[in-house]
Design a protein. Structure first.
Length: 364
């Protein structure tokens, strides 16, 4: 199946633009990740940006709603950076020590996205439901997923995720119908794949409740007042000039791999093709399935090891890399050990297009 993109429209049928530039940029990044990760999957996904839904809560507009055959999720975008802390006993959230403001007088971003999701769920599950097929008792039990997505690549979520485990559980800060977490833009596709309504099918009690693709499309157009976002569909499919390249260096082998293109602001490196944008050959067995990420921001490249099993190192430096480290052109990074070896992947950052093309010609 496919991933379809929708943009909310106002009551006159005109596109509903984003209020802030960072929201639109974040939405574009998420749409790109959704397309790259899920295009061609058997399941159908719809991404609704700036939805304008009907009913008593028309004034509440989340940034994104993602609908799949198996679940619905509501996404609130934040562009803060630094360490994200949501463990304050009074419910305040902070980024790098500074307060994170939530819209419309909400105490924190979780309350904000929770309110949006609660309004959507109330309309969807009203008995009898105009929008969801099935038994009313069954529909009334569906769960919705909520997430605060931090689109700034320099946001640190570790402390926040630890706090969520004990502060944002059902019966505490979250509702009985809510599954809440925090994510980065690159993690949204996996979050979407994990969404579930968590009720059984009325016709077959051995199957989970699901929506058909045409039912999802009807929700997007009729409930969320959204039209197909043709501009975004074209954007995610177009070829873009890469920011740079990673060249695999292996003097002991004769390889035919062209340079890896860095054509987005954040790429993941590792041996697992299902979760990584740059897939490292299996022969480099010391590399983890999801080993590291490379960020392009402010015309610079930043490398971060993602708690890999064997670590990452700059060539010539025996200290393992920790946190975000600037990677300069022509600098080499080792994945798996501090010294080059047959199981260690050695990558060199190149930024000049002509150099990368020459390397490709030499390898091929």
């Amino acid at each position: 199946m496919a991933v379809k993109f929708y943009l909310g429209c106002d009551l006159q049928g005109q596109p509903h633009p984003f209020t802030f530039t960072h929201e639109e940029n974040g939405a574009r990044r998420i749409c790109q990740y959704m397309h790259d990760r899920l295009e061609g999957q058997r399941e159908f996904y719809a991404v609704v940006a700036n939805p304008c839904y009907t009913g008593s809560y028309l004034e509440l507009n989340p940034d994104l709603v993602i609908i799949s055959e198996k679940g619905i999720g509501v996404v609130e975008l934040k562009h803060h950076f630094g360490e994200i802390d949501c463990g304050d006993p009074f419910g305040h959230w902070r980024a790098g020590g500074a307060p994170i403001e939530a819209g419309r007088g909400f105490l924190n971003p979780h309350q904000q996205v929770q309110s949006y999701a609660e309004a959507i769920r109330k309309e969807l599950t009203a008995s009898p439901s105009r929008w969801l097929p099935g038994d009313p008792a069954q529909i009334s039990a569906i769960k919705l997923h909520t997430t605060i997505c931090f689109t700034n690549p320099f946001a640190r979520l570790e402390k926040c995720r630890e706090a969520i485990q004990y502060r944002y559980q059902p019966g505490k800060a979250t509702r009985f119908w809510e599954k809440f977490t925090v994510t980065t833009a690159a993690e949204i596709p996996d979050w979407a794949m994990d969404m579930r309504y968590e009720v059984l099918s009325e016709a077959d009690w051995f199957r989970s409740y699901q929506l058909l693709p045409q039912e999802i499309e009807h929700l997007c157009s009729a409930f969320f007042h959204a039209a197909e976002w043709d501009e975004m569909s074209q954007y995610v499919r177009q070829a873009r000039e890469p920011y740079g390249y990673l060249v695999l260096i292996d003097e002991a082998r004769s390889l035919t791999l062209p340079p890896f293109r860095i054509d987005r602001e954040e790429v993941w490196l590792g041996r697992n093709a299902s979760v990584c944008h740059i897939v490292i050959p299996q022969t480099y067995s010391l590399v983890s399935n999801r080993h590291a990420r490379l960020i392009y921001a402010h015309r610079r490249f930043y490398f971060e090891d993602l708690d890999s099993t064997n670590g990452s190192y700059l060539l010539g430096n025996p200290q393992p890399l920790s946190g975000l480290v600037e990677l300069k052109p022509n600098q080499r990074v080792l994945l798996g050990d501090r010294q080059p070896g047959p199981k260690v992947c050695q990558l060199e950052l190149r930024v000049e297009r002509l150099i990368a093309e020459r390397v490709t010609e030499q390898i091929q």
